[in-house]
Ligand binder design. Structure first.
Ligand code: GCB
Length: 600
């Protein structure tokens, strides 16, 4: 067990030498040419005490599981073996793939072997769609880096660590909750641990297109603007941008920053829910091509109105958690997203609130194809450690990566920076900085956050929030009928003293699908149905009401919902059960949205 000091020194030196490098996020991983998927079966070892990481003095050990050690002779002591350990599907959470891990929060090690023939003049980028929560990544025993945050992508240049033949990638995943994390210690959804989204290796040239942006010019709808950025500050590289259907073909040359600006005169048909038109785009640099489908549209506000392409619109929405329909666990495929979004669409939705964290990229792309607008959110939820600089840096990074990944998606119209946060000076400073940062990263979309009603006396509800000056849309959650009394709904009045559009980002109540009683019996479908009827009457009276996203489309797992035979660790506020049964309230929403459609 006790290795000499020399080994320790050697390890310290090795662990700081750069084998891998966390690099700028590769834009549009799904549109790249040479990508190898590492999805599939991965071996895993559950490591409750993290003995694969720390020695018996709690120092990081050089003999950790990332060494993937194998016994070389019968006398040698090696107390783990990936080769004979169990396997699970990646992407996938561990909670729903191994019964013993249903409630588990801690460390699990994963290993995947893969064959490679690295070529000279090429670089290899290992990309993770998301790992919840902390990932320490090793390739062939060499540490590539550590990433925190469970819902955003990250990547490493692993070129120097690769060898000809068999290679391994080992990831230590830890989903323990901490006060200073984002999200923090408590939240109302399941803390699904693991490598929950696609894992890929992209092969690129020494100089390659790292990222690009292409959008409709906000002020001139016959102009497309944007940029392309190389991984290196290399001037003089030719970049070709083409959109065949618009007869656009541009040859551009990078500047000293390795960038080109795009400014194209074109007359695209504008993307909208009625016509979710996407154009095939190609970006070529050297012998590498990136393809994409991009829609062009303009989202803005005018007083209390939300405008899409210059026309007022009502956001007929619903909130969705990224939970697999019909089965359980974290959803990660386009097919799963399609089922969820089809249920929303059938209910009359043109918009979804993807709560409470960035959903997978394929889901956003699916919404875009289906003509569904998206509110995308970072998990700044409830009581964050507002004065902790590390927490702020972490969340700014998550916000940055969310925007970076989806900035070319026409469907995304709102970036949300928080949900139900308690008012304080520290919180205002934290969120104010975050909103300002979001705007510097993307000034083409609306910024919002789910606020709370601040005072409610004599049925008079007032919304006051210092964050009003930072947001474009004032959104708030309210639970008349569930956490407050339904019978009061018709007496309620609302005071929202801001000249901005209003979205009710949540309302709702629970019902167990198939359980019937009278409308005063909690958790019956009739109770939920009545709650929706009364809420809709009440909400329609709010001045400037521009959209709704009731809570929530489908029941979802939550550790905070204990009631046996009713909740069984599910939040039952779904309009649809986890097995796909539509509850009565679903049809109340559908009727309401059908009426709203006629108004526009
Ligand atoms: C809320 C939260 C949401 C919860 C919901 C509830 O206000 O934003 O995450 O799940 O209430 O069911 O209580």
């Amino acid at each position: 067990m006790k290795h000499s000091y020399t080994f320790f020194l050697l390890f310290t030196l090795l662990s700081v030498s750069i084998y891998g490098q966390e690099i700028g996020l590769l834009g549009n991983i799904y549109g790249r040419q040479h990508v190898t998927s590492l999805n599939g079966k991965w071996r895993y070892i559950v490591d409750v005490q993290e003995r694969g990481f720390y020695d018996y003095r709690m120092n990081e050990t050089p003999w950790g599981f990332f060494q993937d050690a194998h016994q070389k002779s019968p006398i040698e002591l090696v107390e783990y073996n990936f080769d004979t350990s169990k396997q699970m599907d990646i992407p996938g959470d561990w909670n729903t793939q191994d019964n013993q891990l249903f409630f588990y929060e801690g460390t699990v090690w994963f290993r995947r072997l893969f064959d490679m023939k690295p070529e000279a003049g090429k670089r290899y980028v290992l990309y993770f769609g998301a790992v919840n929560y902390e990932a320490v990544v090793y390739v062939n025993g060499k540490k590539m880096g550590t990433h925190r945050g469970g819902f955003t992508p990250f990547n490493y240049d692993i070129t120097e660590a690769l060898k000809d033949g068999q290679n391994n990638v080992i990831v230590k995943v830890d989903n323990k909750r901490h006060k200073s994390d984002i999200p923090t210690n408590i939240y109302d959804w399941w803390n699904y641990g693991g490598i929950t989204r696609d894992v890929m290796i992209a092969e690129v040239g020494e100089t390659y297109v790292n990222d690009y942006s292409l959008q409709l010019d906000k002020k001139d709808w016959q102009r497309l603007t944007g940029w392309v950025k190389l991984n290196e500050k290399e001037a003089g590289r030719e970049i070709r941008v083409s959109i065949p259907e618009l007869k656009v073909e541009q040859k551009l040359t990078t500047d000293a920053e390795g960038r080109v600006n795009i400014n194209i005169k074109a007359k695209p048909a504008l993307w909208s829910p009625e016509n979710p038109k996407l154009y095939d785009i190609s970006i070529v640099c050297g012998d590498e091509e990136i393809t994409d489908q991009i829609g062009f549209r303009c989202i803005s506000t005018e007083g209390k109105k939300i405008m899409l392409n210059g026309k007022q619109l009502f956001l007929r929405g619903v909130s969705i958690h990224e939970e697999a329909p019909y089965t359980q666990g974290r959803a990660h495929t386009a097919e799963q997203a399609h089922i969820l979004l089809s249920w929303a669409k059938e209910m009359g939705c043109n918009y979804v609130r993807l709560a409470h964290y960035p959903h997978n990229e394929l889901a956003v792309r699916e919404a875009e194809k289906m003509g569904i607008m998206v509110w995308s959110e970072i998990p700044v939820y409830w009581t964050i450690d507002w004065t902790n600089e590390d927490t702020y840096n972490n969340v700014q990074r998550q916000l940055n990566d969310m925007i970076c990944r989806d900035k070319n998606r026409a469907a995304v119209i709102i970036w949300s920076i928080a949900n139900e946060t308690p008012h304080s000076e520290a919180r205002d400073k934290f969120l104010g900085n975050l909103a300002t940062y979001a705007r510097t990263q993307d000034d083409s979309r609306l910024i919002s956050m789910a606020m709370e009603v601040t005072s409610a006396s004599n049925f008079h509800n007032v919304l006051r929030d210092n964050m009003n000056k930072y947001v474009d849309v004032v959104s708030f959650n309210q639970y008349v009928g569930w956490y407050r009394d339904t019978q009061d709904a018709e007496k309620m009045t609302w005071e929202i003293p801001y000249e901005k559009p209003v979205i009710i980002s949540e309302f709702g109540g629970g019902a167990l699908a198939g359980w019937h009683a009278d409308k005063w019996t909690r958790f019956s479908e009739e109770f939920q149905e009545n709650l929706y009827v009364e809420n809709l009457k009440m909400l329609d009276k709010i001045e400037g009401l521009s959209g709704l996203s009731p809570w929530i489309l489908v029941d979802f797992h939550s550790p905070a919902r204990y009631l046996p035979d009713v909740q069984d660790y599910y939040n039952r506020k779904g309009l649809i059960s986890s097995s796909g049964e539509k509850k009565k309230a679903y049809f109340v929403m559908k009727r309401y949205y059908d009426e709203k459609k006629k108004l526009r």
